[in-house]
Design a protein around this ligand. Structure first.
Ligand SMILES: [Zn+2]
Length: 337
């Protein structure tokens, strides 16, 4: 066996057991944050069912190689998000890919696999086509849907799929991956990658390939850190900025909001005496200014904000509400002192 997926042992075991028992589902819904390994895992499933070696997935046979190179005719990788933004409507493509192709037998492999990325951003028409396909599962076909947040997926779709949740990996797992796959001598860079990857191998690889990514992620955290010094008006300006960014690039902005949690984690670590995790003066200062409760409450407010955004609640209102909560929490505390 040669799974490309690193970590996620429970998910791998679950799928492998089902495969051995000939009980694979015709539809899977994989939920997990961006770059956590959803596509890699879905491609591993495609290899598992199409591999011609004994130890499946081998990653070496013709089928596995073609799937890895994205040239296998029976494995389709469709990104709903880019379809949505392209000039040509993705709906026809999806209909063609789904209804026409699923009706014929696998061409070169054993099983046709459709991997649909960013199901969260699917339009209603697209959802309906998908729903129809899931209602009448074609033979020799597995549909794997990928999404960041289950709340954004129609319940009727969720109920027709076997659910797989990919949680972020432990920091020790990411470290193990980095030290076995790469040689990173720069300890500061390694520390940054571990922290900023937030348990996502895909993001760690992105940072290794493009160190500018580290600067960008640090900048996002630094910008967020600024809000603790802002007046309420400045906080609302910031939420307007984020709401506009959400309109332009939803996925990226949601990920930036996730990074706010990494920023709070640093504040908590510094506050607990682990200043070596992040000895940047701004972080140390803000950490000293805030109480444990204020940091924890801000984290809770971020998580609630992310849930509301996933439900498509008005972004500006949601973010303003978040800023107001942070502002009140800080001012109430100061009033007590
Ligand atoms: Zn193989």
């Amino acid at each position: 066996m040669n799974w490309t997926t690193f970590g996620h042992k429970k998910a791998i075991q679950g799928v492998y057991k089902a495969y051995l028992a000939n009980r694979l589902s015709h539809a899977y819904l994989i939920i997990g944050m961006q770059n956590v390994g959803k596509t890699t895992f879905a491609l591993d499933i495609a290899k598992l069912v199409n591999c011609t070696s004994e130890n499946k997935p081998c990653s070496e046979c013709q089928n596995c190689k073609r799937i890895n190179a994205n040239t296998h005719t029976d494995v389709s990788l469709i990104n709903i998000f880019s379809d949505k933004n392209s000039a040509t409507s993705g709906i026809d493509e999806l209909r063609e890919a789904f209804i026409a192709k699923t009706n014929r037998k696998p061409f070169e492999g054993v099983c046709r696999v459709f991997i649909l990325q960013s199901i969260d951003s699917m339009r209603v028409e697209q959802s309906n086509i998908l729903l129809k396909t899931l209602e009448e599962p074609p033979e020799d076909t597995i549909v794997i849907l990928l999404a960041e947040n289950m709340n954004s997926v129609l319940e009727t779709i969720v109920s027709r799929c076997q659910l797989i949740i990919l949680d972020p990996l432990q920091e020790s797992e990411v470290l193990e991956y980095l030290t076995t796959q790469f040689s990173i001598d720069d300890q500061v860079m390694l520390k940054n990658i571990l922290k900023l990857s937030q348990g996502r191998i895909g993001r760690a690889i992105k940072m290794i390939n493009d160190p500018k990514e580290i600067d960008y992620l640090n900048e996002v955290m630094g910008n967020f850190l600024g809000i603790f010094q802002f007046s309420l008006i400045e906080k609302f300006d910031f939420s307007q900025e984020i709401a506009l960014k959400l309109q332009k690039n939803r996925l990226q902005t949601i990920n930036e909001i996730h990074l706010w949690l990494a920023c709070l984690r640093d504040l908590l670590l510094i506050k607990s005496g682990y200043e070596h995790y992040n000895d940047h003066e701004d972080y140390v200062r803000v950490s000293n200014d805030l109480s444990f409760d204020q940091i924890l409450n801000t984290g809770k407010a971020i998580e609630e904000t992310l849930s509301l955004l996933a439900l498509n609640i008005n972004p500006r209102l949601t973010l303003d509400n978040f800023m107001l909560r942070v502002h009140q929490s800080i001012n109430l505390q100061s009033a007590k002192v």
